[in-house]
Unconditional design. Structure first.
Lengths: 267, 267, 333
């Protein structure tokens, strides 16, 4: 058997992705309606944000535009989970019906094979919204623009996205143990809405929880500080790329452990 | 109408939802977390506002309003659109249509078991806890009676909207897209995420002319008003009643017409 | 050469939740749970050689799927040893997967929305099949079945028969050493069944692929298997040639005779004359199940002719189906 390195997996992913897009096009109505639905979700998010904060010049020392920056940051960093890991939502159905077993017979990484099957283009709409917000608030705050800042931004965005991916992997994988993991996933899905608020509004106990137990503060807050408040960056912000990778790795192990334990219902 | 037939559906629904033990626990935790975030977020907002009353609502009012809106959401969300959509895709709808009950009623009563469990597991505990935590800020008087009447109509309006939207699934395969659009619109415009009192002026007026505010805003407004004016009560309940009738008729008609269309064209 | 599949004293146990009945029971389940251990596979041993087609039979819930899941590396045995092509499947799942192909009757493993040829191309990449191997396999397929019309059809638009055929072709595509077929002919019409049997036989001959076949259709067994393994309630009941199976209960043959008058009544009379054998009657025939170790069919026929007027007769070998049914019902003693 030939070695299966990164190149192999990238090639396979590219091919499966291309095929997935082709087959999506055969359900055009669904594609259009889902995209509109996604745009609706984003618009509604903005409207809520605007209604809530338009009356106040600042919340807890955070200006309107800084809050908007956090919001945009969270949208962008939540894009990869939407685009690349959307098949997690179907996991419980495959496990429940026993169809999950079909993924177990291929000579490639199970997690990869499963996630590669679906690429959700709708996430790209969210990405556009997020980038727009980010750039708008960026200019409004007057953050300046150097290649270094851009590089920082990209690195922190990418690693921040790993947090939500990790949370979703882990919550999806609970279906290997409990029947109705939908509630768990739905719960985690709600988390991402909280990621857009500065963690300083919470009491110390919940600051701790949202930093170390359900690390949603790493989706936008900590990584944003590096850009927004360059003079008062806590250690956790610098660590956030590492923490993103660590959480992703743990969630991957957890997912695989569940899949291995999985014995398939029915015959 | 033979009530026993419907009640046995209710009973089966209760048993089914109790099967998911962990699901129940997770759901309770999820709601708690959401409430915590809401609490701190609004606390920060009120602290920044510098006044005790914003848009005619105190912090406690807003909190009770949002907490109970969440509890009501858990109580009223019947995933009807999903259910109809999935039944259509799997073809199970044909079997359901053959049952000796009208489909609209059948679906409602199949789910009604969850009303009972949700009421005892989510709504009642939340209500009591909120009552205790806020030191009896919820007025306990005749407003409770208005609230109950209002909730019953809200359930009916919500179900009619869901059923109406679910009917669209007869024409398109996009369940996710349709459901997300509905959910986003209903949650925002009904005042479930932000009290309508906070909406800016032209938007507020428009929202009052739409059926959605009758779902969350109406019952909660009645509940929070300890000494309601007779006219206010009549206006709110009257508006609800009108929407109740209009939406029931609309959704029933739309279903019948669509079904005829589909059977004629052989969908 | 050692066997391609070696199974030694394999046992698999599951923990199963005892659900209580009724509304009260559901409430109780909410707070306390009561588990029991179920032994799905109980101390099974067998060896399977390269190139064999083995029928793996047993009633529903006998433990067939569990055994197959262990051989494919999806399940870990509770105790005992399994070697598939020298690998321990559970520990080297990916490596094992390269050597095997799997078809689960009703569950297509192909990409639902894609034309078959696109699925094949993806499999070619996933299994790292070389261009020349891929080409020669496609040539082989073209010579065996009329594959052209299938190749450009999305799997979701195929009939069940076409889908099963496609799934089987996909399972053989990377030229695996072993292919597991779980009820490949379930729900298919007669002509499709025979098409699929011919295909499996041809692929087995051509590539010397070992095939493990579970089925409830004895037609599959007769057409494909030289050897069968029967399990029930997790225990192995039988593991030998199919020919040997037929002699297992003594050499039975069924003598069918036709007579005038009420067959039911006459069957009762004959039963009294032949107390050693079981006699039954249907609309047309009276059947006598003759154990040839006790007396030959001809002797029985002669004896019957003395006292009855026989208008017609037929002789039937006992079918595999009858024997298997007997094993399921009575076990092997």
């Amino acid at each position: 058997m030939k070695r299966k390195g990164l190149g192999f997996y990238l090639r396979i992913y590219g091919k499966i992705l291309a095929q997935d897009l082709k087959s999506k096009m055969s359900y055009r109505a669904d594609f259009i309606i889902s995209t509109i639905g996604m745009i609706f979700t984003n618009i509604a998010g903005f409207v809520s944000f605007w209604i809530l904060f338009r009356n106040f010049p600042s919340i807890n020392g955070w200006s309107y535009h800084e809050m908007l920056f956090l919001y945009g940051f969270s949208l962008v960093s939540l894009t990869p989970v939407q685009c690349f890991f959307d098949n997690n939502w179907s996991l419980r159905m495959y496990v429940y019906s026993g169809d999950f077993i079909k993924y177990c017979f291929r000579p490639i990484n199970l997690f990869f094979y499963y996630q590669s099957e679906v690429f959700d283009i709708k996430g790209l709409g969210q990405l556009a919204f997020g980038l727009g917000t980010l750039i708008y608030s960026w200019t409004k705050i007057g953050l300046g623009f150097t290649p270094l800042i851009l590089l920082k931004r990209v690195v922190f965005l990418l690693t921040a996205s790993l947090i939500m991916i990790a949370l979703q992997n882990a919550s999806a994988a609970t279906c290997f143990w409990i029947q109705n993991s939908f509630y768990v996933m739905d719960l985690v899905l709600k988390f991402k809405d909280y990621a857009r608020y500065p963690i300083t509004i919470f009491s110390p106990v919940f600051r701790f929880i949202f930093t170390f137990i359900m690390p949603i503060a790493f989706i936008a807050y900590y990584p944003s500080l590096v850009i927004l408040r360059p003079n008062e960056v806590p250690l956790l912000s610098w660590l956030s790329p590492l923490i993103g990778c660590l959480f992703f790795w743990i969630s991957y192990k957890f997912w695989m452990f569940g899949a291995m334990k999985y014995s398939g219902t029915g015959s | 109408m033979n009530l026993k037939k419907y009640l046995s559906l209710t009973r089966a629904g209760i048993m089914e939802s109790l099967q998911f033990r962990l699901g129940t626990v997770v759901m309770v935790i999820g709601n708690l977390l959401y409430l915590i975030v809401v609490y701190f977020l609004w606390k920060a907002i009120y602290a920044s506002a510098g006044t005790d009353v914003v848009n005619g609502m105190t912090f406690t009012d807003t909190l009770i309003y949002l907490v109970l809106a969440t509890a009501l959401f858990g109580f009223m969300e019947m995933y009807t659109v999903w259910e109809i959509g999935r039944n259509i895709q799997s073809g199970k709808i044909v079997l359901d249509l053959l049952k000796p009950m009208e489909y609209r009623r059948y679906l409602f009563w199949s789910y009604s078991g969850s009303f009972v469990t949700q009421f005892f597991f989510t709504f009642l505990p939340t209500f009591i806890i909120v009552g205790i935590v806020t030191h009896g800020a919820i007025p306990l008087g005749v407003n409770l009676l208005y609230f109950v009447i209002s909730v019953v109509m809200a359930v009916s309006i919500n179900y009619s909207i869901d059923f109406f939207v679910g009917t669209i699934c007869l024409f398109t395969e996009s369940i996710w897209g349709i459901n997300i659009m509905k959910q986003v619109i209903v949650l925002l415009l009904s005042g479930a995420t932000i009290p309508i009192a906070f909406f800016p002026e032209p938007l507020k007026t428009i929202v009052y002319y739409l059926p959605f505010q009758s779902i969350y805003n109406a019952p909660l407004t009645l509940l929070l008003d300890g000494d309601p004016k007779f006219e206010t009560v009549i206006t709110i309940l009257g508006t609800q009643l009108i929407w109740c009738i209009v939406m029931t008729v609309l959704s029933t008609l739309f279903w019948k017409v669509s079904l005829r269309q589909i059977t004629v064209n052989g969908g | 050469m050692s066997a391609i599949i070696q199974i030694k004293n394999v046992t698999k146990e599951f923990k199963v939740l005892n659900r209580r009945e009724g509304l009260k029971g559901s409430l109780k389940d909410l707070f306390s749970r009561d588990y029991k251990i179920v032994r799905a596979v109980d101390n099974i041993s067998m060896d399977i050689e390269q190139g064999e087609i083995v029928g793996y039979l047993g009633p529903n819930g006998a433990g067939k799927s569990t055994t197959i899941k262990m051989m494919t590396g999806v399940l870990e045995p509770t105790s005992g040893e399994i070697l598939v092509g020298g690998n321990i499947p559970y520990q080297n799942r990916a490596k094992n997967a390269q050597e095997i192909g799997v078809v689960f009757g009703q569950r297509s493993q192909l990409w639902w929305a894609l034309p078959l040829i696109e699925s094949f191309k993806l499999l070619k990449d996933i299994y790292q099949i070389s261009d020349s191997d891929y080409k020669s396999m496609m040539h082989l397929y073209q010579s065996l079945v009329d594959i052209e019309p299938l190749l450009h059809k999305p799997v979701r638009q195929m009939s069940l028969g076409q889908r099963t055929l496609s799934d089987i072709l996909a399972a053989f595509l990377h030229n695996p050493k072993i292919v597991f077929l779980d009820e490949p002919t379930i729900g298919l019409d007669v002509s499709m069944k025979s098409k699929i049997r011919i295909l499996i036989n041809a692929l087995n001959k051509e590539k010397n692929t070992t095939v493990i076949l579970t089925t409830h259709d004895m037609g599959d067994v007769d057409a494909l298997c030289r050897r069968i393994v029967i399990i029930d309630k997790g225990k192995m009941l039988y593991n030998n040639d199919i020919e040997h199976l037929k002699g297992f209960f003594g050499s039975y043959r069924t003598l069918k005779i036709r007579m005038d008058g009420d067959l039911k009544q006459q069957a009762e009379v004959i039963q009294k004359e032949l107390p050693d054998f079981s006699v039954s009657a249907d609309e047309e025939w009276i059947s006598v199940l003759v154990d040839e170790e006790k007396s030959k069919v001809m002797e029985v026929l002669n004896q019957l002719q003395k006292s009855h007027e026989i208008r017609d007769m037929q002789l039937e070998e006992i079918s595999t189906e009858d024997v298997i049914k007997k094993i399921y019902e009575e076990g092997v003693e």
